[in-house]
Design a protein around this ligand. Structure first.
Ligand SMILES: NC(=O)c1ccc[n+]([C@@H]2O[C@H](COP(=O)([O-])OP(=O)(O)OC[C@H]3O[C@@H](n4cnc5c(N)ncnc54)[C@H](OP(=O)(O)O)[C@@H]3O)[C@@H](O)[C@H]2O)c1
Length: 350
């Protein structure tokens, strides 16, 4: 009979971690569901999986990644319960919204503790037993912000980027012992972390401050984009693939949007990525919000308003097209240039 594989999933109380715990339990894994409130969370997992109270294939462990003692206690409990896990999925996460200038130091601390230093401490505590077993996969759930810093979520992006760099370093260190790391870049899934209206979501935006025009545009576009987020269960296909990875290091995507971003980031120069992100989010061009920036004329303003009423997918396509056409703009004025300039004015207005 095949050995039952054990997986530890952090943040298994809801969202992607919950969906992953259910999927892996149903596929025969032994699931250690690590979470801040196992009393409630494991009961929900039992409801979702049909697991009995005494089913050793579904166990809960209390874990708060912001608390060193909780991490040490969780690692001890995991080792006592299952020995060396076959897989450790660092999934727990938090988000916030606001420009770098608006964020405070506490937010940076909690972001880095949850996404980086907490996972590092838990991994450090479990590595001796995993090394001794000579096998194990560590999966780091990253995001678009980990591939490339995104506006409005700088602390989250920085924490995810650091998580990815840590994973790359560690993969090379632990590979000689038979262990491997997968960075799993998730696209947009319909969970609380993408919803700025969810309870407990720290919102640092100052609506009447200097970033006000950007906040308003990004807010509209962000809520529109949320409509295309996929259900959390769809994420689990990517996780299942990650858990079957055998290479010492692998970076893979979960979701078509994440796959597309990774390809763009590989093939496009950094400056193009910057302009594309700016255009998609509706952020004005360089210098447009300076106090001495030239004001739009009335016809220009009307044109911007007309462009703004286009459905965002159409708008985004036009902007991507304009980004591609932009380098020719000065040398050969054409119909395409007109399009690029229209899009540019729209961006300037935000
Ligand atoms: N959803 C997306 O579109 C998306 C996209 C890219 C990447 N991701 C990443 O996917 C992962 C899961 O996110 P999600 O979408 O499932 O978000 P979610 O629904 O908000 O769930 C977040 C999970 O993290 C847990 N958590 C937060 N702080 C914790 C702490 N200090 N200690 C232990 N657990 C903690 C939460 O536990 P409580 O219930 O106790 O709060 C919850 O289980 C995150 O790393 C996120 O960055 C998500």
């Amino acid at each position: 009979m095949a050995e039952v594989r054990t997986v530890v999933i952090t943040g298994a109380s809801r969202g992607l971690g919950f969906a992953s715990a259910v999927r892996l339990y149903n596929e025969g894994w032994r699931v250690v569901a690590a979470m801040r409130s196992p009393d409630q969370g494991v009961a929900l997992l039992r409801d979702a999986t049909g697991a009995d109270h005494d089913d050793g294939r579904l166990v809960g462990v209390r874990l708060d990644l912001m608390n060193e003692e909780s991490i040490a206690a969780a690692a001890e409990q995991i080792e006592a319960l299952v020995g060396a896990p076959h897989a450790l999925v660092h999934n727990a996460g938090i988000a916030s919204i606001g420009m770098s200038e608006e964020l405070d130091r506490d937010l940076w601390s909690s972001m880095l503790a949850t996404h980086l230093t907490g996972p590092v401490a838990l991994t450090k505590a479990l590595l001796p037993v995993m090394r001794a077993a000579g096998r194990g996969r560590i999966v780091l759930v990253s995001s678009a912000g980990g591939v490339r810093g995104q506006p409005g979520i700088a602390a989250y992006s920085a924490a995810k980027g650091a998580l990815e760099r840590w994973g790359e370093s560690m993969a090379t260190e632990i590979s000689p012992f038979g262990l491997g790391v997968t960075v799993l870049v998730a696209g947009a899934y319909d969970t609380d972390i993408i919803d700025d209206r969810a309870p407990g979501y720290p919102d640092y935006r100052i609506w009447d401050g200097p970033y006000s025009p950007i906040h308003h545009t990004m807010d509209v576009r962000g809520h529109f984009a949320m409509r295309f987020a996929r259900p959390p269960t769809a994420f689990t296909d990517g996780l299942v693939k990650a858990l079957n990875d055998r290479a010492p290091f692998r970076r893979r995507s979960a979701g078509p949007d994440a796959a597309m971003l990774m390809v763009f980031n590989r093939v496009l120069p950094s400056a193009a990525m910057h302009h594309m992100a700016r255009a998609v989010m509706g952020i004005p061009r360089h210098g447009a919000l300076r106090s001495d920036a030239p004001q739009l004329t009335t016809p220009q303003r009307l044109m911007v308003r007309a462009m703004g009423s286009l459905p965002p997918p159409v708008m985004n396509r036009l902007i991507v097209l304009a980004t591609w056409l932009a380098p020719n703009r000065s040398s050969s004025p054409s119909a395409a240039n007109g399009l690029g300039q229209q899009a540019q004015r729209t961006e300037r207005q935000g």
